[in-house]
Design a protein around this ligand. Structure first.
Ligand SMILES: Nc1ccn([C@@H]2O[C@H](COP(=O)(O)OP(=O)(O)OP(=O)(O)O)[C@@H](O)[C@H]2O)c(=O)n1
Ligand SMILES: C[C@](O)(CO)[C@H](O)COP(=O)(O)O
Length: 232
């Protein structure tokens, strides 16, 4: 099992920016919960041998039922997450036994199988990888008063997505180090970077959005409907 690949899918967030009563990962997209769409991509991928699903404590039971109902038999365990994404990922990592881990947001249902493969191949050759897209807008650093501080060169700016792929042992060490130092990052790569791991960027697609705010749902509905039509 020296090159086995597992996935930690995190879905324990509250979706405050979405503002819906139901957490965004459980909203229906073409009749199916968003989290199920995401899990199905990893379930179908031949590289992935095991999936750990991290959800809100109160959602563990219904997620287990969906795992059964949608025949997601690579999901080995459904566990409750923590207060921040980083805590949820850490709990998920503790359940995996594979050599490699891909950490993925439960609210990124449009990741492609080919992207999963490219991320894994890059991690094997470079040590670790993140899926990303070049930023399209001009980005400015702005101070607390709303005044522009600087305009970084866009050619070096990428919007980082998931999956983020690492050797499990490397990522566990990076997580331990972050905990020791009280560091809280918004993605897994930032923890790996600070512990000296080289992370390589794999160019992905602008379609692999993180469903975060209400207008993202319009895009998601449109994209899923088009994919359904393509399949027919
Ligand atoms: N404590 C947390 C926070 C986030 N996540 C997961 O991390 C992913 C990316 O987070 P984000 O889009 O920020 O989700 P939320 O935290 O739910 O959103 P918000 O910040 O608007 O509350 C999501 O799949 C989310 O469920 C998690 O597992 N545990
Ligand atoms: C991991 C991530 O999706 C990469 O873009 C992102 O950093 C998650 O951040 P959020 O603050 O949880 O939205």
């Amino acid at each position: 099992m020296s090159n086995s690949v597992g996935a930690v899918i995190v879905a324990a967030g509250r979706g405050t920016r979405m503002g819906t009563a139901e957490s965004k990962q459980y909203l229906l997209l073409q009749g199916k919960p968003i989290i199920v769409h995401t899990l199905e991509v990893f379930q179908k991928h031949e590289l992935i041998s095991e999936i750990v699903l991290v959800t809100g404590e109160e959602d563990v039971e219904r997620c287990r039922q969906w795992v059964q109902a949608y025949k997601l038999d690579k999901v080995s365990v459904v566990i409750p997450g923590g207060a921040e994404r980083q805590h949820s990922v850490r709990r998920g990592l503790g359940e995996l036994t594979t050599t490699w881990v891909m950490v993925h947001d439960g609210v990124r249902p449009f990741v492609q199988g080919s992207e999963i493969e490219a991320c894994y191949e890059r991690a094997r050759s470079a040590g670790a990888s993140v899926l990303a897209v070049p930023v399209k807008d001009t980005i400015k650093q702005v101070d607390g008063e709303g005044n522009v501080l600087s305009t970084p060169d866009r050619r070096s700016l990428w919007a980082i997505q998931t999956p983020q792929t690492f050797r499990l042992s490397d990522l566990l060490s990076a997580y331990d180090e972050a905990e020791r130092d009280g560091f809280l990052g918004t993605d897994d790569s930032s923890l790996a970077e600070r512990s000296g791991i080289t992370v390589s960027v794999v160019e992905g697609s602008y379609r692999n959005i993180k469903i975060t705010t209400p207008e993202d749902l319009d895009f998601a509905e449109f994209t899923e409907r088009s994919r359904g039509e393509e399949r027919r």
